[in-house]
Write a protein that binds this ligand. Structure first.
Ligand code: 6PG
Length: 244
């Protein structure tokens, strides 16, 4: 079984996730002079971002050394209430002294294929080392999980689940009648630390299937996340963990 930490409720999960962010940021900055983090969207991480914005946590982060990215984004304007950038800006980014140039949002207000190409260029440039290779990517990659087992915008049946080289791809979400831009398995599994944040009883059965059921990532995309050299951590509240 992967590394799992369970907390009594979503508030303590949020505080633990904020503490995790602070700890990984400090170790990354000490080791490499910078901390690259990809934020998850959805509702689960918002309380953690809000905790992180409080002085108790924010004062312990060297924000000028932090670079923020996103795991996926909806193809809507950045000021739209459903935008993952908008949520993170309201909950965290607008409250901490991170340089604007260090906020690498996915420019989803443009045509999806152009947004994909632009974000891929941004990532490849940021993570290219002296030999122009990119063995590892994000110091921390936060992910959520839907009740259908999707993560980022890698949904069941998506062809992006078989992607072996591109780091970013587009996905049309029928249920939302909209395009999304998402990280793909290669860049996700090249992260140093991947951490899922999952809360609520609605996720319990899916989580059991993902963690203890058959390996079928085409049906349960969260199973595609297996960092090649990095660490995988699941941070859960007791409701989400109730069937493990
Ligand atoms: C998004 C996220 C998505 C999210 C899951 C869980 O853009 O919505 O990237 O993968 O993490 O859908 O969403 P909740 O946290 O709202 O349950």
């Amino acid at each position: 079984m992967p590394n799992i930490r369970t907390y009594p409720d979503d508030h303590r999960l949020a505080r633990a996730a904020a503490e995790h962010f602070v700890a990984v940021a400090a170790s990354s900055i000490e080791a490499r002079g910078r901390f690259s983090v990809a934020l998850s969207g959805g509702s689960t991480p918002r309380p953690a971002y809000e905790q992180l914005a409080t002085s108790q946590f924010a004062s312990r982060v060297d924000w000028p050394c932090v670079h923020v990215f996103w795991g996926d984004e909806r193809c809507i304007p950045p000021d739209h209430s459903d935008s993952n950038y908008h949520m993170a800006h309201e909950a965290l980014i607008g409250h901490v002294p991170i340089p604007p140039a260090n906020v690498h949002r996915i420019h989803c207000e443009i045509e999806p294929s152009r947004a994909v190409a632009q974000y891929e260029r941004t990532l490849r440039k940021f993570f290219a080392d002296a030999s122009h290779q990119s063995a590892t990517t994000f110091d921390l990659l936060l992910l959520g999980m839907g009740t259908d087992g999707h993560t980022a915008s890698l949904f069941p049946g998506s062809e992006l689940l078989q992607e072996q080289s591109r780091w970013v791809g587009p996905h049309y979400v029928d249920s939302a009648s909209g395009w999304r831009v998402t990280l793909t398995p290669p860049v996700i599994n090249a992260a140093r630390q991947v951490t899922f944040l999952v809360s609520g009883s609605a996720k319990a059965e899916t989580l059991r299937r993902v963690l203890a059921g058959y390996h079928q990532p085409h049906l349960l995309p969260a199973q595609i996340v297996k960092p090649s050299s990095g660490s995988l951590l699941w941070m859960l509240d007791s409701d989400a963990a109730s069937r493990l």
